[in-house]
Design a protein around this ligand. Structure first.
Ligand SMILES: Nc1nc2c(ncn2[C@@H]2O[C@H](COP(=O)(O)OP(=O)(O)OP(=O)(O)O)[C@@H](O)[C@H]2O)c(=O)[nH]1
Ligand SMILES: [Mg+2]
Length: 304
């Protein structure tokens, strides 16, 4: 008789910057989600599928939970709620090197009301000693009950095997939902958009990253009238708008003599070449759209 199949939907939740997207990428073994040190990097729900033996795991990376200040943030939190309601297993990712603050305490209150088991993932173990890690475990144990507590270092892929072993042990019996080749629900276009925004976030600070959105206006392949003559035939030419909230943010993004936007363009182009595995030419335009984060029509257009 064939071995029984197992299937689990797993929500990856936590406050901003704890390393949720880094963990998703590490578990899937592909870069699916943008990663940066700016809180609120992830704005939607990102699926990553992994098959191991008889088990299929559907991980959902989610935006970091925070106080919503704009319609955009409310939509971000809606993605988290969706993931929390769909999942069989909740992975609560915390920055073990960080301070256990108000955000974590509020989240613990929310997770206590969940019907699913909560697995505490203490991330960034590369940054702290064994002694401090033990102190952290004690602090978090005070907040609520966990099915398991698993220390990992998502960035360097440390200690992921024990996490896999636990997930394989606990995945409920059930048919696979995704076919064996599927590893994400993200289109190349969606990933390209996110990776361009990631480059902007990595190079800007404070208020600028939060007010930035990226929209691919045109994606042109060979044969089109506007396809650049000097681009290799298998290349892709992308006309991209970087939307900012204020005119002074536009100036910051441009940088002196256009140095900043040039830098962003070059690093985004490199990243997209890796993603698409062919030559890419990016054309970036900065556009000011004041208050876009509170405009439902804009958010709809951006699939947020
Ligand atoms: N040292 C170290 N840094 C890590 C580790 N995991 C993630 N980081 C860093 O933490 C920062 C935040 O990582 P993300 O994966 O973007 O965090 P996130 O939880 O998805 O953040 P939001 O999308 O904003 O909610 C990045 O600078 C990562 O490189 C880790 O294991 N060790
Ligand atoms: Mg993220």
């Amino acid at each position: 008789m064939a071995e029984a199949r197992h299937f689990a939907t797993i929500a990856i939740v936590g406050i901003p910057n704890s390393g949720k997207s880094t963990l998703l990428n590490a578990l899937v073994g592909e870069k699916l989600a943008a990663v940066s040190q700016t809180p609120q990097t992830t704005r939607s729900k990102i699926l990553g599928v992994v098959n191991r033996g008889s088990s299929q795991f559907a991980f959902m990376d989610t935006p970091g939970i925070h106080q919503p200040q704009h319609a955009l943030n409310q939509r971000m939190l809606h993605h988290v709620e969706m993931a929390l309601s769909e999942a069989d297993i909740l992975l609560w990712v915390v920055d073990a090197d960080g301070f256990l603050g108000h955000g974590e305490k509020e989240l613990a209150k929310r997770l206590k009301t969940a019907t699913q088991p909560v697995y505490l993932v203490l991330n960034k173990i590369d940054l702290l000693s064994k002694g401090r890690l033990l102190t952290k475990i004690v602090e978090y144990k005070d907040l609520m009950e966990y099915r398991e507590i698993i220390p990992v270092g998502a960035k360097m892929g440390q200690n992921l095997e024990p996490l896999w072993a636990i997930l394989e042990r606990d995945a409920p019996e059930g048919e696979w939902v995704h076919d064996a080749e599927t590893f994400t629900d993200q289109t190349e276009r969606a990933m390209a958009t996110e990776f361009i925004r990631e480059k902007v976030l990595r190079k800007t600070r404070e208020e600028v990253p939060h007010g930035v959105a990226v929209v691919i206006r045109r994606w042109i392949e060979t044969g089109h009238d506007d396809f650049p003559e000097d681009l290799a035939e298998d290349g892709a030419y992308l006309e991209v708008e970087i939307i900012v909230d204020r005119d002074n943010h536009r100036k910051i993004l441009l940088g002196s003599g256009g140095a900043m936007i040039k830098d962003i363009r070059q690093s985004a182009q490199r990243e997209l070449k890796k993603l698409l595995q062919r030559p890419v030419r990016l054309d970036l335009h900065i556009k000011v759209e004041e208050g876009w984060r509170d405009r439902p029509d804009k958010l709809d257009q951006m699939n947020l």
